[in-house]
Ligand binder design. Structure first.
Ligand SMILES: Cc1cc2nc3c(=O)[nH]c(=O)nc-3n(C[C@H](O)[C@H](O)[C@H](O)COP(=O)(O)OP(=O)(O)OC[C@H]3O[C@@H](n4cnc5c(N)ncnc54)[C@H](O)[C@@H]3O)c2cc1C
Length: 314
């Protein structure tokens, strides 16, 4: 693929608010959907060869994209194959990075495989879940991940369709709470998760469905509906970000079209539909300031800031 072909295939000035769960985010200069590994490799190789900044967006459930948007190319990788290989006592399931985590969890439950029930209500893609070590109810991606196929950036991609593709075992991802080693890279140079393999155990389908229903009910009872980014901050050791924000009296606080949820103070909800990223950032700064002044705790963002921000974050 050459740059002319890439440019003619891409959407130009695409509002990223169409591709995030918060319905917030400025425009991408260029946006392309890829549906296979080969296509992804071709697109990324072309962008890297001409030094066009290029980042992947999954379900947009863990990013706050600035109102200035993203310069260069945003790739929505939508390969969605899932492959099951039975092994003693269970299965090794390989899911393409573009599979929605919720869909994968449901599929595994229906087939009687245990290990991903926690993910039954976690939005976003398998790729995004690996990068941020998504988790809930005491489990996370790291609990069952066997390994991932990644596409390295830059070097040697022009050499062929398999060039730049590597296998990383789970340990190489250095998982921590809501973090993998991949999260430490800037999005424009981060190795791209192409697929992920999970080892799951056989279990009773009825039990799995009951467990998943309990998780879903707990979530419905504690978290607000509507457009949001999920938990804004990581929970500090031994405490909860939501509790600290609530104790500062910030539930219900608004900036523009964004409100700190009355139901759960670690959720910031886009109530108006026309909210902007600057509104969210103002509430982030307010919550961090108040919690620090009152409790001496520095709240760390779980959500990733993408694009240009006045403070120089990316
Ligand atoms: C209502 C709600 C509830 C939530 N509940 C939870 C929860 O219980 N637990 C939890 O952990 N999270 C939760 N989240 C956050 C979110 O669901 C997870 O962080 C999710 O894993 C993000 O996946 P995504 O595909 O949307 O990633 P995105 O937000 O699209 O991307 C996140 C980062 O990963 C990068 N990325 C995405 N795909 C790839 C790829 N294939 N290769 C390399 N980099 C990639 C992006 O460039 C970006 O830097 C919630 C969010 C919402 C809106």
């Amino acid at each position: 693929m050459d740059i002319q072909e890439l440019q003619s295939r891409a959407k130009h000035n695409e509002p990223l608010s169409r591709h995030t769960t918060s319905r917030i985010g400025g425009v991408a200069d260029l946006l392309i959907e890829t549906r296979s590994v080969e296509d992804l490799v071709a697109v990324v190789a072309c962008a890297d060869a001409v030094r066009l900044p290029c980042m992947i967006l999954g379900g947009g459930a863990n990013v706050l994209i600035s109102d200035c948007g993203v310069r260069g190319l945003v790739v929505l990788h939508r390969a969605k194959d899932v492959r099951f290989a039975e092994q003693p006592g269970g299965v090794r399931v390989e899911a393409d990075a573009g599979v929605m985590l919720i869909t994968l969890a449901r599929d595994c439950i229906e087939r009687g495989y245990a290990g991903l029930e926690w993910a039954i209500s976690v939005p976003g893609t398998v790729g995004g879940a690996v990068v941020g070590n998504a988790g809930a109810h005491g489990m996370d991606v790291a609990s069952n991940l066997y390994g991932v196929r990644v596409l390295r950036r830059g070097a040697g991609l022009e050499a062929g369709p398999e060039a730049g593709l590597e296998w990383w075992m789970s340990q190489q991802l250095q998982f921590e709470y809501r973090r993998s080693v991949l999260k430490l890279y800037a999005p424009a140079v981060r190795p791209i998760v192409v697929s992920a393999q999970f080892d799951l155990k056989s279990d009773s389908r009825v039990d799995l469905e009951r467990r998943a229903a309990e998780f879903a009910a707990r979530r419905k009872a504690s978290q607000p509906p509507g457009a949001s980014l999920g938990s804004m901050f990581k929970n500090p050791a031994g405490d909860y970000a939501g509790r600290l924000i609530e104790a500062c009296g910030l539930k219900g606080r608004r900036v523009g079209g964004v409100m700190i949820s009355e139901k759960h103070a670690n959720f910031f909800v886009n109530t108006e539909g026309d909210a902007c990223a600057a509104d969210v950032k103002a509430l982030i700064d307010l919550a961090q300031r108040e919690v620090h002044d009152r409790f001496g705790v520095g709240l760390e963002l779980e959500v990733e800031l993408i694009g240009d921000w006045e403070g120089g974050d990316e």
